[in-house]
Design a binder for this molecule. Sequence first.
Ligand SMILES: CCCCCCCC/C=C\CCCCCCCCCCC/C=C/C(=O)SCCNC(=O)CCNC(=O)[C@H](O)C(C)(C)COP(=O)(O)OP(=O)(O)OC[C@H]1O[C@@H](n2cnc3c(N)ncnc32)[C@H](O)[C@@H]1OP(=O)(O)O
Ligand SMILES: Cc1cc2nc3c(=O)[nH]c(=O)nc-3n(C[C@H](O)[C@H](O)[C@H](O)COP(=O)(O)OP(=O)(O)OC[C@H]3O[C@@H](n4cnc5c(N)ncnc54)[C@H](O)[C@@H]3O)c2cc1C
Length: 627
Amino acid sequence: MDEQKVLSIKGLLDDTPEEYLSHKEKYENSIRKSVLFYKTLHSTEDENMSVDEKTKLNFRNIVTSAIFKDNSPFMLHNSMFIPTIMGQGTDEQREYWMKRAKNMEIIGTYAQTELGHGTFIRGLETQATYDPDTEEFVLHSPVLSSYKWWPGGLAHTANYCIVMARLYIKGKSHGIHPFMVQIRDEETHMPLPGIKLGEIGAKLGFNTVNNGFLGFENHRISRDRMLMKNAQVLKDGTFVAGSNSKLTYGTMVYVRVLIVSNMANMLAKAVTIALRYSAIRRQSQPKPDEPEPQILDYVTQQHKLFIAIASSHAFYMNAMWLWEIYYSVSLQLASGKLDNLPELHALACCLKPLSTIDATAMIEKCRLACGGHGYMLSANLAQTYGLATAAYTYEGENTVLLLQAARSLVKAWVGHVKGRPLKGTMAYLAGDSTVKAWDGSIDGIIQSFKVVAIRKISSVVKILQDYEKSGLSPEDAWNKASVFLTAASEAHGRAVLLSVYKSEMDKRAAVLSPPLRKVLLQLVDLYVTYWALEKVGDMLLYASITDKDVDELQRRYIELLAAIRPNAVGLVDAFDFRDEILNSTLGAYDGRAYERLMEEAMKSPLNAEPVNQTFHKYLKPFMRGKL
Ligand SMILES: CCCCCCCC/C=C\CCCCCCCCCCC/C=C/C(=O)SCCNC(=O)CCNC(=O)[C@H](O)C(C)(C)COP(=O)(O)OP(=O)(O)OC[C@H]1O[C@@H](n2cnc3c(N)ncnc32)[C@H](O)[C@@H]1OP(=O)(O)O
Ligand SMILES: Cc1cc2nc3c(=O)[nH]c(=O)nc-3n(C[C@H](O)[C@H](O)[C@H](O)COP(=O)(O)OP(=O)(O)OC[C@H]3O[C@@H](n4cnc5c(N)ncnc54)[C@H](O)[C@@H]3O)c2cc1C
């Protein structure tokens, strides 16, 4: 969406910094701004856009929606409620609900996680019992742990939600299915009878997303409220299973893809702030007869920040590549072809964790690189960290997803050993995993990362098999080996991230001007070299790197930092964040960080008066020994 259009919305920008609002005021202010934002958002969306175009617009909107220091209470409406209707509804359900949802006639969320279960979906306890006499489902939360807990917008914003509940028919469980449930009256917004709603309280971040809880007391909904694209319940209670029970998990795969692009965006924001500040901040005097240098000229500062620029590019390239795979698999699923779904799931289970782990760590490093001023909320680095670190957990906790990916990798490797062909992004596992001599070229290092993955996968399979030979059950063997299963998944994810970043850049390089091509390929080189040094232990173990090769890599890394330095500010300017989107005293384009820090400080309510009323009430009596 055109950011100029967004920023021209009157009242969208806060005059009172959000930091000085109460918990309740923050929410109310976010609703006010979200309504303004959505009105503009709607005026720019073209109904004739393809799903692919709309989703890429959504990727773009993520950037614009960052205008809020925290996420909107409408976030789940866009990112999960609508995609679930699209992915899980029948044609007529889509027809009816998409119109209402896209027009914001209703606001929805996605209620899956419960107080007692988040990861283990098959353990969810919310019940949807079919009553054939009335052709209704009875929704019920049998115990406290079955209360829905966490869904964004659920507390006071949404009036509808997708409830993932366990379907019972004649006492038999048929697994977890999606149900469209109205939770509040459309006129009064009061919770409907048999529905308990509330907010879960203050959090590290996401404090305007309005995460809530939801409990059902035998609440009835009509049969047509079960989203029945993938499985159906007939009027007489006959259950018709879908072709694959995991199709119900489809929205989560979509969001995991969205998260990879969101990490690219969050990291780009943070490094823009930190790098611009590093260009104006001068500190220390290494050379007595020279002025204090820009802290950006300290190589340690470049080491902290330049990898964040390259990583944002890497995540964005991988996200666009993954989106194309997601989009083509979705088209295949629509025609009943399921065989590429496992690979998409495994890829999302690698790239969502790695992008969130790296982005969270690098955003924190951007904050730390700004010294004391990075600790100010007005810098907007702490809030950016808070938003990013949430993605480590939501949409599939990272360890759990890496173990899911390991499941696919182990299956692929065992199949390969038995002669079954490998395909897609796992085809490289059939490659030669013996490295005679270290190849320090970009392609050579990427190949070494593939060798590391092959060796880690094969060795953890051996551990599993040895445990099972020793008499352990497959489940116990799996648990015992799980640390190295996640390590094997991470190695596979690294190999994918590196090779996709390189190949996607190579595709684009041909159309770039030579100077731009040079700078962008320097970032690819930096990214590959950085990770080879970060994983030097694996390179020593599996890729025949020698101490001389490491010396060479270190010198190359230092030279790359120096080569990128002249273009560093230009590279973050190229992310093209407007000041209002950065929302940061340190990252503004004009570089007036000190003036902005002081301007923001003066907005503190405490600065409204020179003497606070506690002096006369407490301090003075205290200091006069009268307490
Ligand atoms: C005004 C401003 C607004 C701006 C508007 C602009 C619009 C932009 C929108 C938003 C702006 C910001 C965007 C930010 C990015 C999006 C953020 C969205 C926020 C979301 C908030 C959080 C939401 C949630 O967290 S929802 C809940 C998520 N929960 C989970 O992910 C649970 C994780 N657990 C699981 O997935 C499963 O339990 C499991 C996979 C771990 C295990 O499942 P289970 O059934 O037990 O399976 P198992 O027995 O282990 O067998 C595994 C086999 O199943 C296969 N499989 C598993 N999952 C899948 C799958 N998803 N697809 C396909 N296959 C799957 C697996 O491969 C195994 O197969 P095998 O052959 O047997 O090995
Ligand atoms: C900011 C935020 C927003 C959210 N928004 C929503 C929302 O809108 N809708 C919604 O439905 N949910 C939402 N969630 C909930 C989120 O999906 C869950 O928190 C997430 O799925 C993790 O589940 P959990 O919290 O039960 O953690 P758990 O699964 O209990 O994880 C706790 C620990 O147990 C470990 N663990 C669990 N299972 C295994 C295993 N099989 N093997 C090894 N280790 C394991 C994990 O690795 C982790 O270290 C949100 C969460 C957050 C933080």
